[in-house]
Ligand binder design. Structure first.
Ligand SMILES: [Cu+2]
Length: 148
């Protein structure tokens, strides 16, 4: 009776140890998190600053409300106008104030992008800081640019 109890205890200990060993090894790196499925942000955007970005205009809305530009470098903003059914042109203007008043527009769009067309706006180098963009035709199409 006593012997069988000892064997049983040993089996339990072995099972616990082997279960511990079968767990994922500690690689020294943080565990990879599964992709979050929050409906608020279907495609999480990188906050790394870039020197080129595509901004899609569709249904009188931009696909991005927040852009990240590299500081002190020209940045190319490609406006991809997908508003063919509405026939709406779009453009890209950049401002230093959140109210986006004309006197604070530091980058004025040289042309409008027709529906179904793309155009590269080359924005001159900016100092680190916060800026604001909009389509000057549809001012509700606006957002923030973080330059860093
Ligand atoms: Cu527009």
């Amino acid at each position: 009776m006593r012997r069988s109890f000892t064997v049983l205890a040993l089996v339990c200990v072995l099972a616990a140890v082997s279960a511990g060993c079968s767990k994922q090894r500690d690689t020294g790196f943080p565990a990879i998190k599964p992709p979050s499925s929050t409906s608020a942000s279907p495609s999480p955007q990188s906050t790394a600053p870039v020197s080129s970005v595509t901004l899609i205009g569709k249904n009188i809305q931009w696909d991005l409300k927040q852009l990240y530009f590299v500081a002190n470098k020209k940045v190319t903003v490609t406006v991809d106008n997908e508003d063919t059914s509405l026939g709406a042109p779009h453009n890209f203007g950049l401002f230093t104030n959140a109210q986006r008043t004309a006197d604070k527009e530091i980058f004025k769009p040289a042309k409008d992008v027709s529906p179904g067309q793309k155009f590269d706006y080359v924005v001159p180098a900016l100092k680190a800081g916060t800026y604001y963009f909009q389509c000057d035709i549809h001012t509700s199409m606006n957002g923030t640019v973080t330059v860093k």
